[in-house]
Design a protein around this ligand. Structure first.
Ligand code: 1HN
Length: 360
């Protein structure tokens, strides 16, 4: 006879006509037997729905996105975005279990009209210049690799005064907000929110190691709207000359909120990772669902262990996702810059975030 210890971890209990009848009877009362779901709910380690995936910008996505430019205007679409949908979440607008991501196209002369919503958003500029985003009336000019924050409930519109198509990646915490139910959305009565502070104001005011005395934040995100790539890259180039690379990350920095020293956004962690040509990171896994966008360089990521490991080659503007608790390592063929958006900060606030370095 099986002992209690041997039965530990075994899957669903047997069914019988009496048990089935009982389950049918209680369903309409809003009751369900936990013992039938127990082993699905509590797994020894994370078993997430998302799967690893890559969107190859140049080879696969760019032409398709440009086609959307002929099909619908930014005005009519509100936001001309192709959702980067994890194959495991078809129809659910998620790049992994907790984050939304998409690629947005804006053509010269177009305006994506002003609105605000409760989800937090970030933009990562991937192609073209001459476009801007306005956050509460402060315009930020978009350049390649710039990281722009649109905090919860701030008015924002986008426009384009240049000559070539502009594309950026959007990342939103929408699935997290959906889980709580707290979705709010409002359109502004005009296409553009009235002009406010001049371009660059927030970077001078909050992003120069000085803060106005008496500043009271009106939300939990960084008051800096834009973190320009040119500046971040210059810093990292300088640091790389004087630092030994970390075995798991190479050189990795986190974008912070100068008010707190903590993550720049309240729900999405954002990082820049620099891997020297030829560098190979050691096996790493963490509970955060990670979206990697290659800004410069190329290489490959190996996701999973041994025979179930999958090798994915990536190059500039490619976007790949490593879901919660998938082990991975990255090899750089050229000096490589990766932007990362993850749900680490949300998990950390809930006391849930974990990592495992190497195989230990
Ligand atoms: C949104 O408002 C924007 O403002 C982009 O550019 C993507 C995806 C889902 C919901 C709202 C934007 C979005 C979005």
């Amino acid at each position: 006879m099986a002992t209690a210890t041997q039965n530990r971890g075994k899957v669903a209990p047997a069914s019988s006509p009496e048990r089935s009848a009982y389950y049918d009877k209680i369903r309409d009362l809003g009751l369900a037997p936990l013992w039938m779901e127990y082993s699905n709910l509590l797994t020894p380690e994370p078993q997430v729905k998302s799967v690893p995936f890559i969107w190859r910008y140049e080879e696969e996505v760019r032409d398709i996105l440009m086609e959307a430019g002929k099909l619908i205007s930014a005005e009519e679409a509100q936001r001309r975005v192709l959702v980067l949908e994890n194959p495991a979440f078809a129809g659910e607008s998620r790049i992994h279990d907790t984050l939304f991501s998409g690629l947005q196209l804006i053509l010269p002369g177009e305006v994506a009209p002003a609105h605000r919503h409760s989800p937090n958003a970030l933009r990562l500029i991937l192609e073209g210049d001459g476009a801007y985003t306005s956050v509460n009336g402060e315009k930020t000019i978009m350049e390649y690799g710039d990281y722009i924050i649109t905090p919860t409930w701030t008015w924002h519109d986008h426009g384009h005064e240049g000559t070539e198509p502009v594309v950026w990646q959007d990342i939103l915490d929408m699935p997290i907000v959906q889980t709580t139910g707290a979705i709010f959305y409002e359109r502004y009565p005009e296409d553009q929110f009235p002009a406010g502070p001049p371009p660059g104001d927030s970077l001078h005011r909050y992003g120069s190691n000085m803060l106005p005395v008496g500043l009271e934040p009106d939300n939990l995100n960084s008051p800096i709207f834009s973190y320009p790539f040119a500046k971040s890259k210059e810093n990292m180039e300088a640091l790389a000359k004087n630092s030994d690379p970390d075995p798991y990350f190479g050189l990795k920095v986190e974008f912070i909120n100068p008010m707190t020293g903590g993550p720049a956004m309240s729900t999405i962690s954002t990082f820049l990772q620099r891997l020297e040509k030829g560098f190979k990171t050691e096996r790493y896994q963490s509970t955060e669902g990670s979206i990697f966008t290659c800004l410069e360089g190329k290489g490959r990521v190996v996701i999973g262990d041994g025979d179930s490991g999958e090798t994915i080659e990536f190059g500039p503007r490619d976007i790949f996702v490593v879901p919660c608790w998938f082990p991975y390592r990255i090899e750089a063929d050229e000096t490589t810059y990766l932007f990362l958006g993850t749900d680490k900060v949300t998990q950390t606030k809930l006391g849930l975030w974990r990592e495992r370095r190497g195989n230990s």
